[in-house]
Design a protein around this ligand. Structure first.
Ligand SMILES: *Cc1c(COP(=O)(O)O)cnc(C)c1O
Length: 401
């Protein structure tokens, strides 16, 4: 009897892919995904070793560039994002670095949305720029700035949508069309939505980046990243950089992320539902001046959200009157929410962006980025939403003692 009837079916939906793609059982016929703790792989003969090294025969050589456990995570995520291949990396930052090092050279231009993860900004301005990459910063939602910045020397455009922490949303299809008119490629950091809520490649984007650290694991257990896209740029160029330069994901972490993917669909649906309850409660609260959440009907890009996302996600931010002092007071009065800058956990996290994630910006740059001193960001978790709301009510000064 063969297992050929158990091969992935191209018609499987995302929920099924997340559970069934990527695991090719060994002769032990294990049901759970195994962890291969090995640095190298042996060959049947010198001839086979030579064929593997020459690339004439596919197969494992050395775990800096492939490992069967890591491959489970890669194949699974590639299927879920609708990409031809996926390369796992040691962290989300390593995924961004690897992509730009593999696909750009000195003198190339890239256009990056200003509303990206703070460390991503530093990566471009401090490190990639010193190797001759020309970096243009534009406003995520201002089409005219993108049109003015993209030209024949542009290689890559880079965005996060929805953005952190204000959940601004870019039109992926429009930006992909703009990139392709100049033979450039659009790279989307899909951290906030994950493929459960948004599939950028199906909207025309060329490459998807992940910090697997966030929702792909979803339980705050490990650091990792991934690059998903076509066989040429990702399968060959990005993997080639990984093979030589070594920002490789460890197999134990790959196992955690592969198992995380199995429940991603359920978790993102629950994160979205809980976040919606919390956001609606905040909108009605008199101590809250403004709420940013992709699930609100009056979100400035509500139409794009309806067209490209199947859910709002977990990130809700809100502004309290009274600036930094009041925001810190609200945060400090909560008793359950975790005060941490991380996101994408089962545990709800609460952050003051102006003094943490965006603390390195000058006050003027912060104001320009819309990071109010009274802004608080939540990554709404999977606790009972009524308990999350009760803790926020305590934070906002209601009596719960
Ligand atoms: C956390 C994060 C990253 C960086 O990922 P690490 O795994 O921490 O290196 C990149 N992009 C976004 C949107 C993130 O939230």
């Amino acid at each position: 009897m063969t297992d050929s009837h158990r091969r992935p079916d191209p018609d499987w939906s995302l929920a099924t892919q997340a559970i069934r793609v990527g695991h090719h059982p060994t002769p032990e016929r294990e049901h759970g995904e195994p962890i291969f703790t090995t640095s190298s792989f042996t060959f049947e003969s010198a001839e086979q070793a030579a064929a593997r090294f020459a690339g004439d025969e596919p197969g494992n050589i050395y775990a800096r560039f492939t490992n069967p456990t890591t491959r489970i995570f890669e194949e699974r995520l590639a299927a879920m994002e609708g990409g031809e291949d996926c390369v796992a990396t040691a962290s989300g930052m390593a995924a961004i670095l690897t992509t730009f090092m593999a696909l750009c050279e000195a003198g190339d231009e890239v256009v990056i949305a200003r509303q990206v993860f703070g460390t991503t900004k530093v990566l471009f301005d401090k490190y990639l720029a010193k190797f001759g990459l020309v970096v243009h910063w534009v406003n995520l939602t201002d089409g005219s700035q993108w049109e003015a910045a993209v030209n024949e020397r542009t290689r890559l455009l880079f965005i996060e949508t929805p953005s952190n922490p204000l959940t601004e949303v870019a039109d992926i299809r429009w930006l992909a069309d703009l990139a392709h008119r100049f033979d450039a490629a659009l790279v989307v950091d899909n951290c906030f939505c994950t493929p459960a809520l948004q599939r950028p490649l199906s909207l025309g984007a060329d490459i998807v980046i992940h910090s697997a650290t966030k929702f792909l694991d979803g339980q705050g257990r490990a650091i990792g990243g991934a690059v998903v896209g076509d066989a040429e740029r990702v399968g060959k160029e990005v993997r080639g950089f990984l093979r030589t330069c070594g920002p490789t994901m460890a197999p134990f972490n790959a196992w955690i992320f592969a198992k995380g993917l199995e429940t991603l669909n359920l978790r993102m649906e629950a994160h979205s539902r809980h976040a919606r309850e919390v956001a609606d409660w905040l909108v009605a609260h008199e101590g809250v001046a403004r709420v940013h959440f992709p699930g609100l009907a009056d979100h400035p890009q509500a139409e794009i959200i309806a067209a490209q996302q199947t859910g709002p996600g977990a990130i809700v931010s809100f502004v309290v009157e009274g600036g930094r002092e009041k925001a810190w007071e609200v945060i400090n009065r909560t008793r359950m929410l975790s005060i941490t800058a991380n996101l994408g956990d089962t545990k709800t996290t609460i952050t003051h962006p102006a003094s943490t994630t965006h603390g390195r910006l000058s006050p003027e740059a912060r104001a320009e980025a819309g990071i109010d001193e009274g802004l608080i960001r939540l990554s709404v978790g999977l606790e009972d939403p009524q308990d999350i709301i009760a803790d926020l009510a305590r934070g906002l000064g209601e009596q719960f003692d």
